[in-house]
Design a protein around this ligand. Sequence first.
Ligand SMILES: [Fe+2]
Length: 384
Amino acid sequence: MAFYQKMGEVPHKRHTMFRKEDGSLYREQVMGTKGFSGIQSILYHHHFPTAVKEANYLKDALPEYEKQDALRHRHFRTAAYDKKGDAVVDRCYFLGNEDVLIGVVNPAESMNYFYRNSDGDELFFVHHGTGKIETMFGEITYEPGDYVLIPIGTIYRVFPNDENRWLVIEATSAITTPRRYRNEYGQLMEHSPFCERDINGPESLNTYDEKGEFEVVTKARGSLHRHVFDHHPLDVVGWDGYLYPWKFNIRDFEPITGRIHQPPPVHQTFEGHNFVVCSFVPRLYDYHPESIPAPYFHSNVDSDEVLYYVEGNFMSRKGIEEASITLHPSGIPHGPHPGKIEGSIGKKETLELAVMIDTFRPLKTIEQARDYEDQAYMKSWVTE
Ligand SMILES: [Fe+2]
């Protein structure tokens, strides 16, 4: 994240002696992106972050995609995925490509191991439930509506308080706020629908100075690996910099509205390499006396559009339910269901809440997603 934060104890000057009470040195780790040219943080550990007793290959983690079938609009009722489990291994993926993986998970159990995704940033959208995520940068609590961003390589474990439901977006790149909302210094500008005050990093830093055997599962190069540390991996006494996990609640997104229909980019909240994430939040409708609030039919000539429906009546759709995912692929137009354009005229506001992911390379459907598919969706615009 592009603003400076500091937690715990750090020495006055970087790369200088920083000693414990017993006179031994804390171990300094520079963790950054783009070969020392991207954002970075400097962390101070009790133990060597490299002290790993064992490294094992676990398995290939690349999803199994379905064979290309007829190009069509797809609808997956993800609420039917009701397996409870932990926040990592029990993820059910629906769509993906080389840039992003999209799935859901119902965290209900605390993780008894640690995890890091070293292939890219992870973004969780908390649909239901509360809990906390302990990371090497400190602890983040979460509640419904929170987007939680975990940067590449961050070691973490999740403790749900109750039954949770999350939308999970795993990138193979960094996920940031939209570039057009930031000035040349990185600050979010006045026309941004949210600002730094709405973004919260870790709330507290718990330091575990413990020796023993601690399992860290690492996703890297599309595979899962197991590393056994000889110390507790959350042994950081302090850090500072620009790279850290943070959260932003969708209810803090201030919608941009207009006299006539505003295009989807006004809802943009995040961007990654070859994809964007947008938030559709409750808002006043267009106020031109002859405006049509529902969107027009549109062709995603070069992007795929995924919507995850959170709550409220979605203004342009029929037949979808809470936690539905729809995919409107590039190559064919899409738009409101019959009756929805007429129905929107004269309406003053919408209470819809949804998360949209637009990808600039085609998405593929993961084999298991078909178990949750509404086969009638493609024909749901035909009236007779
Ligand atoms: Fe669309």
